[in-house]
Design a protein around this ligand. Structure first.
Ligand SMILES: NC(=O)c1ccc[n+]([C@@H]2O[C@H](COP(=O)([O-])OP(=O)(O)OC[C@H]3O[C@@H](n4cnc5c(N)ncnc54)[C@H](OP(=O)(O)O)[C@@H]3O)[C@@H](O)[C@H]2O)c1
Length: 213
């Protein structure tokens, strides 16, 4: 697939690298310095390059949205027309000092995002894991017990595409249902982040969200 990365920080930088190593064509965009995007693309060791958000969106089969909530409007504006595009969003609707969600219970960041870009197809995924675990999960992807990762969305084709990316990253995708389920998974993601960064167990606690068969 061709994957555009909108926001090449902790999440976008790592997931973009993983997608490139898994064989996808990746365009890294949206960082404060072009040099950083070029370095990410070089270090990814796959088919990866640096570009603008507009270039990342062009011809993309999927876009990973990985910016702070306060930067969403800016990056969407720079990306241009997103009609028909699949947007896999890991962005949480955090306040400026990252202490709390600014949307919750009656809606979610994912649902508000979908309202901003009604012609795009939004899938909420990857926001329940701290970036620290991503490379380790990818490296262990051939082991029998993969950690589960929940995702949600309203469009079946876009969800299948997101599930394929989740699998490529080394997780077992768990379909949590329609996009409105993000109002429950986003507070869960914040709890997970608090456990990971403030608790004693470290980031590895965070993705032990199991599916019982
Ligand atoms: N980090 C996690 O473990 C984690 C886990 C779950 C969900 N999330 C969510 O994922 C999203 C991304 O988080 P993150 O930790 O990856 O954030 P981050 O490391 O700060 O990455 C955000 C990216 O946006 C870029 N950026 C910020 N301001 C900019 C500007 N004015 N112009 C151009 N680029 C700009 C940053 O550039 P620079 O690279 O130059 O700083 C960076 O590449 C957030 O919504 C967060 O809530 C994060």
């Amino acid at each position: 697939m061709r994957i555009g990365i909108l926001g090449s920080g902790l999440m976008g930088g790592k997931l973009g690298t993983i997608f490139a190593r898994a064989g996808h064509e990746v365009v890294f965009s949206y960082a404060r310095r072009q040099q950083k995007l070029k370095k990410l693309a070089g270090d990814a060791r796959g088919k990866a390059r640096a570009g603008t958000p507009r270039e990342a969106a062009q011809d993309a089969d999927a876009l990973l949205l990985a910016v702070h909530w306060l930067r969403i409007d800016d990056v969407l504006h720079q990306a241009g027309d997103l009609a028909g595009k699949v947007i896999v969003s890991c962005s949480l609707p955090m306040n400026a000092d990252d202490t709390d969600l600014v949307i919750g219970h009656a809606s979610s960041g994912a649902e508000e995002l979908a309202k901003k870009i009604p012609q795009a197809k939004v899938v909420c995924a990857f926001n329940t894991v701290p970036s620290e675990v991503l490379f380790g999960v990818y490296q262990a992807r051939r082991k029998a017990n993969r950690p589960s990762l929940v995702y949600c969305g309203d469009d079946a084709r876009s969800k299948a595409l997101a599930a394929a990316l989740i699998r490529d990253a080394g997780f077992d995708p768990v379909d949590a249902g329609p996009l409105r389920i993000a109002r429950y998974t986003e507070p869960f993601a914040l709890l997970v982040a608090q456990l990971a960064y403030e608790g004693k167990g470290g980031p590895e606690l965070a993705y032990r969200f199991e599916r019982f068969k």
